[in-house]
Design a protein around this ligand. Structure first.
Ligand SMILES: C[S@@+](CC[C@H](N)C(=O)[O-])C[C@H]1O[C@@H](n2cnc3c(N)ncnc32)[C@H](O)[C@@H]1O
Length: 236
């Protein structure tokens, strides 16, 4: 297993505009109530009080996708991680307004939380529009790298799904190259529409809407975690 710590320094913004009073109150009151505990092993029982399918979103932005999925699948448990305070506030507003009881949030690094989950415990992992780090010398900071992917692979159940979306052509090519090297993930696309058209149950985030308004194309990748003894052909 390669070293997942290559991403460990958290890059990017932690906070933006000052919070209004109501937003600050959400952070003080609702976040502790639905926050992922700071220490100890995690799992469905610890987080949701019983067995259920678990979904994990890395860098949920303002939480539109997380809230949509949690609303769609009320019997499943959703864990979202995002270091950007104003984004966390957005997710808290969704949780409050949509009366979601199946969401747990962590304000910080997703990989720290992933590490504390049992192996093979997740049904879905979502990584939507990860920070692109377009310069080649920053490529190691990209979430799509073998270190973080080893961790994601370990935590996904066999047959579980990893969803990746990007509007960045460099990131798209990079991800295809890296994912192509992995025998533990099977790309589920059979034809071009499968990654050019948004799949059902995959709502548009605010970030994506903005990208489309700028004329960007968006690519949607779905990968199935292979079973341990299954061999996926790796292309040269
Ligand atoms: C370009 S934004 C996309 C946000 C959202 N996924 C969307 O599609 O609207 C990338 C997000 O990833 C978050 N991020 C970066 N590194 C992270 C990490 N190690 N763990 C969790 N989130 C991270 C950033 O704070 C940022 O909000």
């Amino acid at each position: 297993m390669s070293d997942p710590t290559t991403i460990r320094r958290l890059y990017g913004r932690r906070s933006g505009h000052k919070l209004r009073q109501g937003q600050a109150a959400l952070v003080e009151e609702l976040l502790p109530a639905i926050g992922v505990p700071d220490e100890g092993p995690l799992g469905a029982a610890v987080l949701f009080g019983g067995d259920r399918s678990l979904h994990f979103e890395i860098g949920f932005g303002s939480g539109e996708h997380l809230a949509y999925r949690a609303d769609l699948l009320p019997d499943h448990g959703f864990i979202g991680c995002e270091p950007f305070l104003n984004g966390v506030v957005g997710a808290l507003q969704h949780v409050r307004d949509q009366h979601l009881t199946n969401v747990r949030l962590h304000m910080g690094d997703a990989l720290e939380i992933l590490e504390r989950l049992p192996d093979a415990s997740l049904r879905f992992v979502y990584l939507l529009h990860p920070d692109p780090w377009p310069k080649a010398r920053h490529a190691k900071r990209r979430m799509v790298n073998h270190g973080p992917l080893d961790l994601i692979a370990a935590k996904l159940q066999p047959g579980g799904e990893f969803r990746l979306g990007t509007d960045d052509p460099t990131y798209c090519r990079w991800s295809m190259m890296i994912m192509n090297q992995r025998p533990d993930f099977e790309w589920l696309a059979e034809k071009a529409e499968d990654f050019l058209v948004r799949p059902g149950g995959w709502p548009e985030t605010r970030y994506e809407a903005k990208a489309r308004r700028k004329g960007h194309e968006v690519w949607y990748f779905r990968y199935r975690r292979a079973a341990m003894n299954e061999e996926i052909r790796v292309r040269p």
